[in-house]
Design a binder for this molecule. Structure first.
Ligand SMILES: [Fe+2]
Ligand SMILES: [Fe+2]
Ligand SMILES: [Fe+2]
Length: 327
């Protein structure tokens, strides 16, 4: 269960609240995406309660995951500006065998975080902009909760309550290309969050942080696309460090790394280059293992963008080294 803090009086209390929220936002940002990439595309639809539009449950769940990523970013920037350290720990991430059970959990976590945001009591006159931000985020969560509720309703109405998530084909354990793609997908996730750490670190240096943010988004897209490729290979995106219980439910308390190297400008910029290069080497290897076609084309696109990242990062580093007094 989520930690809680109710009374906010000091700067320290405020940072604590924001970090509790951040650990939640990290977790749901990929928990929802993982739930989405565990179900079929264009098969289950719901009527969106606000848009009054028939919408693919899977596509909308991914969209909600992206909203959560932006919440994490907003929280991380404010924590940094207040002199705090944004946490990269995450709340627990789970996946059940049934699509319905995942949606139930998604709605439950939305209601839980709405309560965290809305029940925080700030001492009068303290942190007005943070109070406002917390309320603004909380109404995104209210909307998400209504969407998940409508999705569950639609599954019940269409007799799909027991529809199952994709399960990995056991034969894939021995397929080098599938295992390598899992490894690459973990690395994409790691790099995406690592870039985000530096985006937060350099948030006052806007041009630099936006360049790093662009690369982070590319890695997020690759992670997302790779999850789709895994399905085409008869597999499914893994939850990092997850354990499966006897009912088939998977649970992880560390679904992404919570420590990333680089404590100042030069060390952060330097360390990204070998990380990108090692990812490139893995893509090059993988590309030799898959036949010509759609999957290979997609992987080549990821490889190409990662090569561009190396160019960008090498110049960001060299340019930073040229300027005296740049800390
Ligand atoms: Fe959120
Ligand atoms: Fe949400
Ligand atoms: Fe990259």
């Amino acid at each position: 269960m989520m930690k809680k803090i109710k009374h906010i009086a000091s700067q320290e209390d405020a940072i604590k609240l924001l970090n509790i929220a951040l650990e939640h936002e990290w977790a749901v940002s990929f928990e929802y995406t993982i739930h989405a990439y565990s179900m079929p595309k264009g098969k289950f639809f719901y009527e969106d309660p606000l848009m009054k539009h028939r919408t693919d449950i899977r596509a909308q769940t991914i969209q909600i995951g992206i909203d959560e990523m932006y919440h994490a970013l907003q929280l991380g920037i404010i924590i940094t500006q207040m002199g705090g350290t944004p946490s990269f720990k995450t709340d627990e991430v789970m996946r059940y065998p049934k699509i319905m059970d995942n949606l139930k959990r998604d709605k439950m976590t939305e209601d839980m975080v709405t309560d965290l945001y809305q029940s925080a009591e700030f001492r009068e006159g303290t942190f007005p902009k943070i109070q406002n931000m917390v309320l603004n985020i909380s109404y995104d969560e209210v909307r998400h909760s209504q969407q998940f509720e409508a999705m569950m309703e639609a599954l019940r109405e269409t007799g799909n309550e027991d529809a199952l998530c994709y399960q990995p084909d056991p034969k894939n354990k021995n397929k080098e290309e599938v295992q390598l793609l899992h490894e690459i997908t973990h690395l994409e996730n790691e790099l995406m969050h690592r870039y985000l750490k530096y985006v937060l670190m350099f948030s006052e240096h806007q041009d630099l942080s936006q360049r790093l943010f662009k690369n982070s988004i590319d890695h997020m897209r690759h992670w997302d696309k790779n999850s789709g490729i895994l399905i085409k290979m008869g597999d499914v995106i893994q939850i990092e460090n997850a354990k499966k219980d006897e009912t088939g439910a998977e649970k992880s308390a560390a679904a992404m790394p919570f420590l990333y190297p680089g404590e100042d400008r030069l060390s952060a910029l330097k360390i990204l280059i070998p990380a990108e290069k090692s990812l490139i080497a893995k893509y090059e290897k993988l590309i030799t293992l898959v036949p010509d076609g759609e999957i290979k084309d997609q992987l080549e696109l990821h490889l190409a963008l990662n090569k561009e990242h190396v160019f960008t990062q090498e110049w960001l580093l060299k340019n930073a080294q040229k300027i005296k007094g740049l800390e």
